[in-house]
Design a protein around this ligand. Structure first.
Ligand code: SF4
Length: 91
């Protein structure tokens, strides 16, 4: 059928485009403040050595500089960011 014929690559490109369209999370967002989110992990006093969104289990932006995080639905967080919910990425 038509749907089955859509190449996987096109679907992946579509997902990337969606991620790139997400508005960036503001540090002033109430939830961001509640979780001490910072765009720069170096500014997050509670962040452990080497911890950032890029190596957090909840970051789904891959290698992108900004990407989705399941904690902040509908917003993009910085790969260099950090919040109190940080969880070590498995593997
Ligand atoms: Fe970054 Fe992880 Fe916090 Fe999301 S949960 S903002 S990816 S540290």
């Amino acid at each position: 059928g038509v749907v089955a014929a859509v190449p996987v690559a096109a679907v992946l490109r579509g997902r990337d485009a969606f991620a790139n369209d997400l508005p960036k999370l503001s540090e002033d967002d109430p939830q961001a403040q509640a979780l001490s989110y910072k765009h720069d992990a170096a500014e997050a006093a509670a962040a452990g050595e080497g911890q950032n969104c890029a190596n957090c289990q909840l970051y789904t932006g891959g290698d992108a500089e900004w990407g989705p995080c399941s904690i902040f639905a509908g917003k993009a967080v910085s790969a260099n960011g950090w919040c109190a919910t940080w969880v070590q990425r498995a593997g």
